[in-house]
Design a protein around this ligand. Structure first.
Ligand code: SAM
Ligand code: SF4
Length: 329
């Protein structure tokens, strides 16, 4: 799939649920109303959808949410995808982004399905803070999950949203800890999605963070790229990779290779734009995937050039009203 700007689109981020066992302050409201089951794609529909994208050239598939591992039956879906597409080399990579709370019991099954690496979101290594950021979370569950992932042989990338006045004093420790654990670390700037609390107060530009870190650590330039928004350096002292996702301070759209599908089957062509295509209707229209594939290809022709994120005092409202848990991070 090639979009109007000549970019090869081979990466699908598929949200498998809008539900989550945590309520991170930057992601969800405290009391969320989740979608009725009938609106959410069934496991069979998710599998058909993934199959259609793979036939059209998707080589990397990331499952996300909400929290993907709280979806009932998800390990069966992952097992099926691994068997049908990874084992046959039609998919180069199957991965997921998870909050880690269910990892202790899922890590072995993920590895057995052919998943090699996962992203785990963890914004604080302090139990009380972790609880404050996630509103409900228990840090030991995530640490147990991380241990299980490591033991199962999964490569872990830790995602940490940098929040001014909340976890900015922990970033340095996170670099050291990830180095010890053999995890890569990716720092993320908050993005203006959904109506959640204190976004402006907590916005921390990563240029500042990087400057401070480089006073203590030797950050070596790295050619590592995922075709995504993260820019990587290697931390010489630990040997670990450190990524910065700075959607607000840097343009990263030129190399965009991805699209997103929500758990209701809405295809979003850009995380920062509203333009979308409904894939649930063609999925539910019949058993053939022809209309579905046509809808995907038609949408690809509309992929916009870039996003319009802005957070500043003149733009107090989010640039987009949908939450990250809808589109999947
Ligand atoms: N529940 C899983 C998790 O937390 O990893 C997967 C979904 S979550 C929406 C995916 C990623 O998006 C997480 O790393 C989370 O920290 C990040 N995220 C959520 N809302 C965000 C926001 N407003 N700005 C920046 N990152 C956000
Ligand atoms: Fe749940 Fe992930 Fe959103 Fe946190 S960031 S509330 S874990 S979906």
């Amino acid at each position: 799939m090639i979009d109007p700007f000549g970019r090869k689109i081979n990466y699908l981020r598929l949200s498998v649920t809008d539900r989550c066992d945590l309520r991170c302050v930057y992601c969800m409201a405290e009391d969320m109303t989740f979608l009725p089951k009938a609106e959410v794609l069934s496991l069979e529909e998710l599998e058909r959808l993934a199959g259609a994208f793979i036939r059209l050239g998707t080589t990397k598939l990331r499952l996300t949410g909400g929290e993907p591992l709280v979806r009932r039956g998800i390990l069966d879906l992952i097992g099926d995808l691994g068997r049908d597409y990874l084992a046959t080399s039609r998919l180069r990579e199957l991965t997921l982004t998870t909050n880690g709370t269910q990892l202790a019991k899922s890590a072995d099954a993920l590895r057995a399905a052919g998943v090699k690496r996962i992203n785990v979101s963890l914004d604080s290594l302090d139990a009380e803070r972790f609880r404050r950021i996630t509103r409900t979370g228990d840090l030991t569950q995530v640490l147990d999950g991380l241990r299980a992932a490591k033991e199962a042989g999964l490569k872990v990338k830790l995602n940490m949203v940098a929040l001014k006045g909340i976890n900015d004093d922990e970033i340095d420790h996170a670099v050291a800890w990830c180095g010890e654990q053999g995890f890569d670390l990716v720092l993320i700037e908050t993005m203006p999605l959904g109506e959640v609390e204190d976004r402006l107060e907590n916005y921390l530009p990563l240029t500042e963070v990087r400057r401070a870190l480089s006073e203590k650590w030797t950050l070596e330039a790295s050619p590592m790229t995922t075709g995504g928004p993260a820019r990587y350096v290697r931390v010489a002292e630990t040997g670990g990779m450190l990524g910065f996702i700075t959607p607000l301070t840097h343009g990263f759209c030129e190399a965009c290779n991805r699209v997103r599908v929500t758990c209701t089957g809405m295809l979003y062509l850009c995380l920062g734009q509203e333009d979308s295509a409904d894939l649930r209707a063609p999925l539910r229209a019949g058993e053939s995937d022809e209309a579905l594939e046509r809808a995907i290809l038609e949408a690809m022709g509309r992929k916009p050039k870039g996003h319009d994120f802005i957070i500043d005092r003149d733009h107090q409202r989010p640039a987009l009203s949908r939450h990250m848990s809808m589109t999947g991070g």
